[in-house]
Design a protein around this ligand. Structure first.
Ligand SMILES: [Zn+2]
Ligand SMILES: [Zn+2]
Length: 253
């Protein structure tokens, strides 16, 4: 998912790293990350309390089943958003072109550039979007969870966490080296693995759009969901990519 924010303002973060967007947007991203973490932490606590109050197969069934569905839905959502940005519009499209389409298209040409972004830049925009879901859910879910509400809360946590961290998982999939914990997560396929994501970064960049866990990709490719929708819409998509030469490709590590 795209992480670049277009602005005239360039800022240096505390770590000395450079990012290319306004301090105002940076502040918004930091607040959104903090709010998402607080809400997810509080909701997870409510879930623990619900299981402690009513331990048993029914509660555990709601908890685990809905958690799985939530994580799968996050992966599917990542695929839909990625497909739309890769295949529709152009960087010149008004409003969404520079902010949304451009980062995805640029990522195909310079995949290692994502490694230049710090945690806030990688995850901030997704957290801002997640607040549109998480805030209303605070009003939908009761203080004491039980029955199907355990399922709804569990779905909310894994779906939100999956969307929150999609770009993080995507960034890790491009890193030449990751920590031992991330390596275990990737090898167990709990998060997007570099091998699975490599299939997307292969010309013509028209498969394996899901980038949270990548679990949905085999099914979506089997039924050719996105290809069939494009066929139905008689959609041609952007001009085929011309990969950059070795000289054009920066080694951003
Ligand atoms: Zn792509
Ligand atoms: Zn990628």
């Amino acid at each position: 998912m795209g992480t670049s924010n277009i602005s005239d303002t360039s800022v240096h973060s505390n770590t000395g790293r450079h990012y290319d967007y306004s301090p105002g947007h940076r502040a918004l991203e930091i607040v959104a990350i903090a709010l998402c973490l607080a809400m997810l932490g509080e909701l997870s606590w409510r879930l623990i309390m619900a299981i402690v109050a009513a331990p048993g197969l029914a509660s555990m069934g709601w908890l685990v089943g809905a958690a799985l569905v939530g994580y799968l839905c996050a992966d599917l959502a990542s695929g839909i958003v990625h497909w739309l940005a890769d295949r529709f519009g152009s960087p010149e499209t008004p409003i969404l072109g520079q902010a949304f389409v451009h980062p995805f298209r640029e990522h195909h040409t310079f995949p290692k550039k994502i490694l230049e972004h710090d945690f806030v830049e990688v995850n901030g925009n997704n957290c801002v979007a997640m607040l549109l879901f998480l805030v209303p859910m605070q009003f939908v879910l009761p203080a004491a969870l039980s029955g199907a509400y355990v399922g709804l809360a569990s779905f909310t946590v894994t779906f939100s966490l999956g969307i929150f961290l999609t770009n993080q998982f995507h960034q890790w999939a491009h890193a030449s080296e990751v920590g031992p914990v991330v390596k275990v997560l990737q090898r167990s396929r709990l998060v997007l693995s570099p091998e699975a994501h490599d299939r997307h970064h292969t010309l013509p960049y028209e498969s394996d759009y899901c980038i949270t866990s990548g679990w949905m990709n085999p099914l979506l490719e089997r039924i050719n969901l996105f290809g069939n929708i494009e066929k139905l819409l008689n959609h041609k998509g952007p001009e085929p990519y011309v990969p950059p030469t070795a000289e054009e490709q920066p080694s951003a590590e």
